[in-house]
Design a protein around this ligand. Structure first.
Ligand code: BEZ
Length: 238
């Protein structure tokens, strides 16, 4: 069993995905990666999370054909969605993983699109790893037998809901873990990615407080720059 920590090299693996066979390190190349895990297909938290990430990661807006007319669904995008693609813009590749079969994943994608479309145009444009034997979940330390609330009806541990943010050198830079029943906030994940990328580039710290709070707390507060919309408030020079 691996014991991954911040600073560990993200383990390499090969696996079947909805976009074909994946050799993880080759696939990642020199991009940032968000690997995010799911306990199983067709469950409410997982489905809504994948729809949310789909809406943030759209590369090409989906179109539908109505008779002879092709309708570009971007026309129906909300102001938030027009800021897309949030992940591509940051050079982040996305891969999801769920402990089910490839066949189930393909059926699930239809469900994700149907549910997601109720909120905004949804098109799953990232691979989902079929981890039915939980090989990758084990490699990434995502099965936690310590938490008695994180088990299925057979008493087997669910894959923990984890986000791994991995940098272009394949180093794990952030790990965010939630129990199976709790959904994640991907605005926060984007903020973490922005904070990591900004800190690498500018040697700054990014406390999650407002300008007013920063002025109150730190006499030498200096707003050095505003890089992206997810870090609007403060950046402290180190
Ligand atoms: C869900 O995705 O809704 C879920 C999955 C496993 C356990 C509890 C909830």
């Amino acid at each position: 069993m691996s014991h991954l920590r911040l600073g560990s090299t993200a383990p390499d693996f090969e696996a079947d995905t909805t976009e074909g066979w994946m050799k993880f390190h080759d696939w990642a190349g020199d991009s940032w990666v968000m690997l995010f895990s799911h306990p199983g297909d067709f469950t409410p938290v997982c489905t809504t999370e994948l729809a949310d990430v789909s809406q943030r990661s759209v590369v090409s807006w989906p179109t539908v054909q109505r008779g002879a007319i092709i309708v570009d669904l971007s026309a129906h995008a909300s102001p938030v969605q027009r800021r897309l693609p949030q992940f591509v813009k940051r050079g982040v590749k996305i891969v999801a993983i769920s402990a089910d079969t490839l066949k189930t994943h393909f059926d699930w994608i239809e469900d994700i699109i149907e549910i997601g479309n109720k909120k905004g145009p949804t098109c799953v444009e990232y691979p989902i790893i079929a981890d039915e034997d939980r090989k990758v979940s084990m490699l990434y330390d995502m099965l936690d037998a310590q938490d008695p609330t994180n088990v299925d009806e057979m008493g087997l541990p669910y894959t923990i809901r984890t986000v791994f943010v991995i940098d272009p050198k394949k180093i794990i830079r952030a790990m965010i873990q939630y129990p199976a029943a709790v959904g994640r906030d991907f605005d926060e994940v984007i903020r973490v990615i922005d904070a990591l990328q900004a800190a690498d580039k500018y040697k700054i710290s990014t406390p999650h407080i407002s300008d007013a709070e920063a002025k109150e707390m730190f006499k030498k507060f200096e707003k050095v720059l505003v890089i992206t919309s997810s870090l609007p408030k403060f950046l402290l020079s180190r």
